[in-house]
Design a binder for this molecule. Structure first.
Ligand code: ADP
Length: 439
């Protein structure tokens, strides 16, 4: 075990030197990027890994975010994955662990937030941690332990109908207690408003009472910044991405341009899109209206056995030198339903994802050094096809979507810039403006 995480991290007057400071375990891929983006904006240099890396090579960053896919796995599997991530992060010498989950506290009655948090507490031999999905800037606030999504309580936000993790109770103390063996308490907004010393005193009182996990109220980003110093004393934090904004200050780090600095962008530019969200549909239209070169990919031709990826690459190759090209299967809901009706939802999704992933790899092999991918699942398939296992996080294009720099064996130069946009993110002109943001 690393010495670091057994020590109080970032205590006042105890600022640390070089090396990885914060080790994060995220329960899904786009959530990991969201957290990484917040840390970069607040002054940390961040590397995100796709799963737990096989090797123990040292990573040069202030924070590492390990992206898992554990949110809806059986609890035992989620625990095993999280502990594996913990061990790898400890080998990197991190000083504090951050377990990141969704800002709508997505979990089933069986977990996985509570069981994973408790397993990490056991492994770190710590008797106290906090839990809060609050991120007021994104409309997630926690007041008297109750989670609001925008102006409504969690169980009226649509999350009550989520297919995998329906959230029917907005009282997070109750929700978390149902998932935990240890006692769950609350650090409420009045304490938070008084600042870090009051939070420290409340944590001490809760510990006395035998409480081991406390839901933390936060109704503004200022709340998160204010409590940051008190959280530096805890070996383990559990939270959405919001708490991250108050942590870099514990190591004397503040927002700065260097944190988002990536190597210079080079190579040709391309966009692949397998997202069928409303926002992505608008972005595709906007790109075409501006005169961008674009090719639609027809799932039925893929299903008919046509080598659509090869045809798409042959179309793109002569155009690449002139500016960004777009290859997209993006379609509106009616068209998607029609395709799904003929091929089945899973089969249609997998066929399109695999084709777009082959196109992405082919583009990179042909010299595309700046690649934009639209779609969460599509991004997963592309990252895999490009053999990317870690990304350094750079400048944000739009909230939640940063440019990243990654090593890929597919790239002639050995590395590329890549941005992964999940469905509903980004303004209409995203596909055009993204290339203006890269250095
Ligand atoms: P988002 O982030 O918008 O949800 P995803 O990539 O996660 O995007 O999911 C979109 C899914 O839809 C993928 O599985 C993709 O392969 C599939 N898909 C893309 N285009 C089509 C289409 N034209 N018809 C049917 N399915 C499609």
């Amino acid at each position: 075990m690393s010495a670091g995480v057994t020590q109080p991290a970032g205590a006042a007057g105890n600022l640390r030197g070089a090396g990885v400071k914060l080790g994060c375990i995220a329960d899904d891929f786009t959530g990991a990027t969201d957290l990484a983006n917040n840390l970069v904006r607040s002054g940390m240099r961040v590397v995100q890994t796709i799963g737990v890396p096989d090797d123990a090579a040292a990573v040069d960053a202030d924070a590492i975010v390990v992206a898992l896919k554990s949110r809806t796995e059986p609890a035992a599997d989620a625990i095993a994955q999280s502990l594996e991530a913990l061990r790898w992060l400890q080998a990197q010498g991190v000083e504090q662990i951050y377990f990141k989950y969704c800002s709508t506290f997505d979990s089933t009655a069986a977990g996985n937030i509570g069981p994973v948090a408790e397993a990490l507490m056991d492994a770190l031999a710590t008797d106290f941690t906090i839990a809060t999905p609050a991120f007021p800037e994104n409309g997630r606030t926690v007041f008297k332990g109750h989670l609001f999504v925008g102006d409504v309580l969690l169980h009226e936000s649509g999350m009550q109908n989520h297919p995998l993790t329906p959230m029917t109770d907005p009282n997070l103390v109750r929700v978390l207690q149902a998932q935990c063996k240890r006692r769950v308490g609350l650090i409420d907004y009045r304490t938070v408003a008084q600042g870090a010393d009051a939070v420290r005193a409340r944590i001490a009182a809760l510990r006395e009472e035998g409480v081991s996990l406390a839901v933390l109220d936060a109704v503004s980003n200022e709340d998160l910044l204010r409590v940051g110093p008190a959280l530096g004393d805890l070996p383990l934090l559990t939270a959405g991405s919001g708490v991250a904004i108050g942590l870099p200050q514990n190591w004397g780090l503040n927002a700065n341009d260097q944190a988002a600095q990536l190597p210079r962008g080079s190579g040709m530019q391309a966009i692949v899109s397998g997202s069928c969200s409303l926002a992505t549909n608008r972005q595709v239209l906007d790109f075409i209206r501006r005169g961008g070169q674009a090719l639609a990919i027809d799932p039925m031709r893929i299903a008919a056995g046509v080598d659509v990826a090869a045809a798409a690459l042959a179309w793109a190759e002569p155009l690449l030198a002139q500016g960004p090209v777009l290859l997209y299967s993006t379609a509106d809901a009616t068209d998607v339903k029609a395709v799904q009706g003929k091929l089945g939802v899973g089969e249609a999704g997998a066929l399109v994802e695999q084709t777009i992933a082959r196109i992405a790899r082919g583009l990179v092999e042909r010299g595309v050094g700046q690649l934009l991918v639209a779609g969460g699942e599509t991004s997963g398939a592309c990252v895999q096809a490009l053999d990317i296992d870690q990304m350094q996080i750079g400048t944000q294009i739009d909230p939640g979507v940063p440019w990243c720099h990654a090593h890929s064996a597919a790239a002639p130069a050995g590395s590329l810039h890549i941005a992964l946009k999940s469905g509903n993110f980004g303004t209409d002109d995203f596909f055009t403006k993204a290339f203006g943001v890269i250095a």
